[in-house]
Ligand binder design. Sequence first.
Ligand code: 1CP
Length: 339
Amino acid sequence: MKKLLRVLNGEALDVPPIWLMRQAGRYLPEYRETRTKAGSFLELCYTPELAEEVTLQPIRRFGFDAAILFADILLVPQALGMDLWFVEGEGPRLAWPGDDQNLGALRPVDEIDETLGPIYETVRRLSGSLPDDVTLIGFAGAPWTVATYMAAGRGTPDQGPARRWIYDNPSGFSHLIDILTEATIAYLCRQIEAGAEVVKLFDSWAGALTPEAFRRFSIDPARRIVQAIAARYPSVPVIGFPRAAGVMYEEFARTTGVRGVALDQQVPLDWAREALPGVALQGNLDPMLMVVGGDALKDAAKRIVGAMAGAPHIFNLGHGITPDASPEHVEQLLQAVRN
Ligand code: 1CP
């Protein structure tokens, strides 16, 4: 069995499998070149040959143990009928069809495949072209995190508009989360049918929720998504990433049914090993070290490997690699983890 799958089945390996969040991206010159060729980020996502190419680039260059589908969490709201565009140097923008925040104007969940078909085609191509020992990871944004972008129409420092919506119109917000949960189940199942061997749920803004809201809008949807996938594809593990959830990581790991939990860099590993038994742990190097490199990087990587020895562990960062990271530092990291 492939290394990543062995770890997600509870095995502790002497040398942990390693991949990096956002491993295909702007820090790689070959990515920037393909992105220019595509014309725009969204063209890149929706052109299967090019999305396949950028997914493979970090595998060819570094020999990671897993490849993550090249796509974006915001393609799901786009498939539900929102306008999506990217402002150069700023980030994503989303606009509602018709009236402001009118859930009734969204397209039905069973129509998302009309937009997302090329993404499944990318997965199919990758499952044929990846080296035999590399695991293919599919993904989606978790409902809460996707909702934060839908509510604000863009990225925000504090997720204010979505947090406010929870109080202003609780039933409307719950309805939005239900729609996104159903869409996420459909989207991930299609990725699995196309060849994804593991799926990851990115709840990047989970840390903005109160404990009550975290249970309702992060844990409950994750549990429904995991159950729906387990019912149809029992051998496909789900990795959950409730970023910055703090002590709530424990309840998330215990009650959602995920087989892997991705830890951000604030989580102490000795605490996580005790508090999150029965799941594989992924993480949690500070992404800043990929900018810094050298001894600081090697020492921190070795501390993480040491702290996780004897436990099922997937080496990764605590969040995505940034555009100012250096590919040479990725080489240094692989050396430190593998030797
Ligand atoms: O200009 C460019 O080339 C676009 C930069 C970029 C890239 C490379 C964006 C825009 N998305 C992606 C790819 C991407 N996004 C992947 C696949 C590639 C890989 O991991 O190697 C994945 C898994 C994501 C997931 C994603 N998109 C998340 C969750 C993970 C995280 O980093 O927290 C989020 C929050 C997004 C939204 C998004 N898409 C892009 C940007 C710049 C953002 C963040 C916007 C913001 O909050 O301001």
